[in-house]
Design a protein around this ligand. Structure first.
Ligand code: ADP
Ligand code: MG
Length: 312
């Protein structure tokens, strides 16, 4: 089941919340939708789920138009957008019955299965008002999963949680995806979150798509850094610089990295050559590791400076 967005633009008066967004969110994985506050994440999610009409463009969910064929499009999609306000004086069971509109044996069996997975089965008859934020969040995900969803969208599911709660929700999302093959799209302004649970990434800023693709591939396009520790870092740096000047090493820069460490910016794979050069010259190399730029670095590079869009 896939979600395809075609040239989505959304204007609120003169404010452009989304600007010509075209995307395909594919099968089976976990896609992170990241971007700073106000980037347009919730707007995109509301349009995909048919809650808000785009000013221009359209969305196909499982081949059905999300707005013109809303019911069919949403049949196998569940979403939690700006967390549902459960009724605190009612139990979890009563809340789920009201909000999911479900009943019947099949619904109850599925509810039992998901609640067990969410570790909420023992709390089914407790009033939601007594739940912790994390429990309410898990009840929200339960609600999104109930209609036999094959695709769920969670808008900032870890908002308001403490670090332990964040880890918990993260595990639930990852595990649910692995176990049941449910595709997940999860939005966040926390980069570390997305990096840890997602395999695909959509980066939006100012209503535009800045990057989109498989995380490994996106980060792989970035040049890598080599961290090197040696007994005489200053002399080693001088030797490496000389070798770079003669064209023997594809070395762009070399800087101190604290203690006896150096950070080398390389434009090609040559950690072996660096190591050999130093060892043959009598240096002791005590640490040598490639450091791929994290999502944080990638994100900063994409959202400042550049300003280039990859929407076509
Ligand atoms: P995010 O979820 O990434 O924080 P939003 O999608 O909520 O961003 O908002 C994107 C932009 O659209 C923001 O500038 C926001 O102020 C504006 N916006 C969102 N919803 C509305 C609305 N209902 N009316 C007017 N402006 C809105
Ligand atoms: Mg939002």
């Amino acid at each position: 089941m896939s979600v395809e967005c075609f040239c989505l633009t959304k204007r609120y008066g003169r404010r452009v919340a989304l600007d010509d967004v075209s995307l395909e969110i594919g099968d089976g994985g976990v896609t992170g939708l990241i971007g700073p506050n106000g980037a347009g994440k919730s707007t995109l999610i509301k349009i995909i789920t048919g809650l808000v009409w785009p000013t221009e463009g359209f969305v196909l969910v499982d081949g059905f138009d999300a707005h013109r064929e809303h019911r069919k499009a949403m049949r196998r999609m569940g979403a939690i957008i700006e967390w549902p306000a459960f009724i605190p004086d009612l139990t979890a069971r009563q809340n789920l019955d009201i909000f999911s509109g479900g009943h019947g044996a099949q619904y109850r069996a599925r509810r039992t299965e998901i609640l067990r997975f969410m570790e909420l089965d023992a709390a089914l008859d407790r009033k939601v008002g007594t739940f912790s934020t994390g429990m309410r969040q898990r009840l929200g995900i339960t609600l999104a999963l109930l209609p036999e969803s094959e695709f769920i969208i969670l808008d900032e599911p870890t908002n308001g949680l403490d670090p332990a709660g964040i880890v918990e929700i993260r595990q639930i999302i990852r595990e649910y995806n692995r176990k049941f093959g449910v595709s997940v799209m999860v939005s966040s302004h926390l980069l570390s979150e997305v990096e840890q649970i997602c395999d695909h990434l959509i980066l939006i800023d100012d209503g535009r798509v800045k990057a989109w693709g498989e995380i490994g591939e996106l980060l792989g396009e970035e040049d890598s850094m080599l961290i090197l520790e040696t007994d005489r870092p200053d002399e080693a740096a001088a030797l490496l610089r000389k070798s770079a000047e003669s064209g023997a090493l594809p070395l762009e820069s070399i800087d101190p990295a604290g203690g006896k460490r150096l950070r080398l910016a390389l434009t090609g794979e040559c950690s072996g050559a660096v190591n050999r050069l130093l060892v043959e010259a009598g240096f002791e190399v005590t640490h040598l590791a490639l450091e791929r730029p994290g999502l944080e670095t990638f994100f900063l590079r994409q959202t400042t400076g550049g300003g280039e869009s990859c929407s076509e």
